[in-house]
Write a new protein. Structure first.
Length: 287
């Protein structure tokens, strides 16, 4: 398989960082958008087998925010001349926020500087982060199609495939969460609403049919995430053979799955395998 160039959004997240690591280790090129490039580099150099020389040869880091359209455009364009523009083949987005357990909220009265009890739940600093970053991604693709190509058909022939990392427990009618986990998932209402809006944007995009901005999309829905970004070293069993993969029509039900294992699946099935089998699917990953 020839080397590809893959764009990564939210590359310091565990799943995305693992996928990026496998991508680099297997000789592909990557463009990663990161708010903190130093943090990203530190994470990558902690991965088994990744060296500074590999990063220098195969990785380009763009500093910025995944909600900024101009910055995202830079992440999607491999090279450009007056005659042509080369785009990445895939976009892997794992943008998200760090969850915080919330037991209280500010008083509705600004003159009373106290916090009052609320229903316990998990929140994130920006409760619209995945929706906003996906909206920016689609807007960036739209501008590239308009500004860098002579006609839409020319763009459509090279439009990147988009893979997003979502979650189980958000698709109505799909039983992908154990009954014992239902109370915990209820506490995840805030980040899950955000991911639902993210998925909705891609679903609406798919309905455009004749003017699709992405070359197909894949939605990855892992169970509750565990572990960190670090992948298995050479000769070490990552547990991949025990990973269970389901879809909306044939869901798998499980409790947890490792972040690095999710990243490995995305690398194997989407980056290496092309992802054709999973286009338009909501893929459930669990152990």
């Amino acid at each position: 398989m020839s080397a590809q160039t893959i764009a990564f959004l939210g590359a310091t997240g565990g799943c995305t960082n693992a996928c990026l690591s496998y991508t680099l280790l297997n000789g592909h090129n990557a463009i990663a958008l990161a708010r903190n490039p130093e943090k990203l580099t530190t994470q990558l150099l902690s991965q088994p087998g990744l060296t500074q020389s590999i990063l220098d040869k195969h990785l380009r880091v763009i500093q910025g925010d995944a909600r900024d359209i101009e910055t995202v455009m830079k992440t999607l364009i491999v090279s450009t001349t007056e005659q042509s523009t080369t785009l990445v083949t895939h976009v892997i987005s794992g943008v998200g926020g760090t969850g915080q357990f919330v037991l209280s909220k500010p008083s509705p009265c600004a003159q009373i500087p106290i916090r009052i009890p609320t229903i316990p739940h998990i929140s994130i600093p920006n409760p619209h982060i995945t929706e906003e970053s996906t909206s920016a991604l689609l807007a960036a693709l739209g501008r590239i199609a308009d500004e860098r190509f002579t006609c839409f058909d020319e763009y459509a022939a090279v439009a990147p495939r988009v893979t997003i990392i979502s979650s189980t427990g958000i698709k109505k009618g799909v039983r992908d969460v154990p009954m014992l986990c239902k109370p915990l998932y209820a506490a995840l209402e805030v980040p899950h609403k955000d991911k639902m809006q993210m998925e909705r944007l891609l679903t609406l995009e798919q309905e455009r049919k004749e003017s699709l901005l992405c070359g197909g999309h894949v939605i990855v829905r892992p169970s509750l995430l565990g572990g960190d970004h670090r992948i298995a070293g050479p000769g070490v069993d990552s547990g991949y053979a025990r990973l269970r993969v389901g879809t909306e029509r044939r869901p798998e039900v499980g409790y947890t799955v490792g972040r690095a294992l999710v990243g490995e699946w995305i690398y194997r099935e989407v980056v290496k395998g092309g992802g054709d089998r999973w286009v338009g699917e909501g893929v459930i990953l669990t152990k």
